[in-house]
Design a protein around this ligand. Sequence first.
Ligand SMILES: [Zn+2]
Ligand SMILES: [Zn+2]
Length: 180
Amino acid sequence: MKLVISQLKDGENPLNFSSQNDSWLKEMGTDLAQEGYQLKGGFQAALILHKHEPDYYLQGNLNFGVERECSRCAESFTLPITGPFNLALVHLSSDKKQKATEVLSTESEELDVIYFDGHEIDLKPIIHEQFVLSIPYNSFCKESCRGICQHCGTNLNHGECVCVNNSKLTPFSVLKNLTL
Ligand SMILES: [Zn+2]
Ligand SMILES: [Zn+2]
């Protein structure tokens, strides 16, 4: 999805995309599946592109569900994600690139900066990267997930395992029942 910058107006440009209506976002779902991210349901990107030539500023929010494996019990579940992001995009002609990089590196330390050349902004790699960044490293099927028993591997969300009941049978409790 390439935005032709001369067709953008100065100031705010609201842009809304969804995998139902926009084929490039649907295609991205296929790319992501090949990378191991299985989307569940639709994928929405609500963006506002602020144009203040040569600086552009992209505010975005991604909404999607993705299949994940619980970090505690290892079961698959759908994790709903709302991923907000803010990016600065800087329009460069290649000969000025070096100089601008130096200026910006001191100016905008808190904001991720993306540089682009020419007369287009390609949204696809930007959204792709933000998608990956929005997924937490650890995620749980539910807040109260009890995980799996370290002794027998039973998923404790489905019920107690025998280890819990047997834990009262310590070597001492066995001795107690012996009549000497
Ligand atoms: Zn779990
Ligand atoms: Zn167990």
